[in-house]
Design a protein around this ligand. Structure first.
Ligand code: GAL
Length: 320
């Protein structure tokens, strides 16, 4: 790579697959962000094994979880594949199984970086959460185990770390009908046994959470596979609920399809305006490597979240 290929990027086009500083497409789909010692780490699905030009001979395959780092949430450097897929067909991380929606939090007590991810069989019947740990945010992550939290199915999972250091696992359980929130053990490596089921029968997935002005807020999607649908939102006084649904937070043209995206994470504080930022994936199967990103600042109006389309990230950081 020549130095001339490393260019400062001012903004990215929402909906497109963004590029890192080496000019390569960012492979961090279904991802999430960890801020550690002033550096943002973006972890997500590396879908470079699902390219546009697969000729049918070469089977599409998982690469694993990739990580990118940045100090401004705009210019990203590829740290590497921090949890690689493996060739062993009996392993959860096999190249032809499902590895989705990795999220990483830091445990100051154990000084470990803990990753939870959705691991599944190709038909999505395995429905488990996998756990991996690392001593550094840049990995490598060591795969520990997978589980069905409290004995229930888990798909489309995420993590939420509260201000008191308590961490939660959230997943779609019971064939996606209910949203299960499980309190994690103090080391964040397992579920503690304390859990609740929210949004009964609402078939939600792609959960993303943020704490804002003392309350807990959620953005999620309905269940239409890779196709976009109308986003959901909700608020709660305490993370284990009760949760109150608030409807689709998207406003304007294409709001009923979440601007073509599906939620994956909320960055608690964006640059400049310090508003939380909602991250979405624009899935483009079967060439999932070409899937795009949409990042939009969240605004609050009349006790609800609002998401307005903007063509670029970070776009105009001055708000009316
Ligand atoms: C979506 C889900 C994605 C992926 C996809 C497979 O609903 O959010 O993460 O699992 O289904 O069809």
């Amino acid at each position: 790579m020549s130095l001339s290929t490393i260019e400062q990027v001012k903004m990215h086009e929402n909906g497109e697959c963004w590029r890192d500083q080496a000019g390569q497409s960012i492979q961090a789909h279904g991802g999430g962000i960890l801020l550690h010692d002033g550096v943002y780490y973006w972890y997500g699905e590396d879908r470079s094994g699902y390219p546009l030009d697969t000729d049918g001979q070469r089977k599409r395959r998982n690469v694993g979880v990739s990580c990118y780092s940045s100090t401004d949430l705009v210019n990203w450097t590829h740290v590497g594949v921090v949890l690689p897929a493996v060739d062993d067909p009996t392993h959860d991380l096999h190249i032809h199984r499902v590895i989705e929606r990795p999220k990483v939090i830091y445990n100051p007590g154990t000084k470990q970086f803990v990753m939870w991810l959705h691991v599944d069989s190709p038909d999505y019947s395995y429905a488990r959460a996998g756990v991996a740990v690392a001593d550094s945010p840049a990995g490598p992550f060591r795969y520990l185990h997978s589980l069905r939290p409290n004995g229930f199915m888990s798909r489309d999972q995420t993590l939420f770390l509260d201000v008191d250091g308590q961490a939660y696992h959230i997943g779609a359980s019971d064939e996606n009908a209910n949203t299960m929130i499980s309190r994690l053990t103090d080391d964040y490596l397992n579920v503690s046994g304390d859990f609740c089921k929210a949004f009964p029968g609402r078939y939600m997935e792609a959960f993303a959470f943020v704490r804002h002005e003392g309350r807990y807020w959620m953005i999620a999607s309905g269940c239409t596979g890779w196709k976009p649908n109308a986003a959901r939102s909700a608020v709660a006084e305490t993370f284990m609920g009760p949760w109150e649904e608030l409807g689709n937070p998207c406003v304007g043209e294409n709001a009923d399809l979440t601007f073509g995206g599906q939620s994956t994470f909320i960055i608690p504080q964006g640059p400049a305006t310090h508003e939380p930022v909602a991250m979405f994936d624009v899935w483009r199967p079967p060439a999932l490597a070409t899937s795009g990103y949409v990042w939009l600042p969240i605004r609050w109006k009349n006790g609800r979240m609002e998401l307005h389309w903007q063509p670029n990230w970070p776009g105009d950081t001055k708000r009316p």
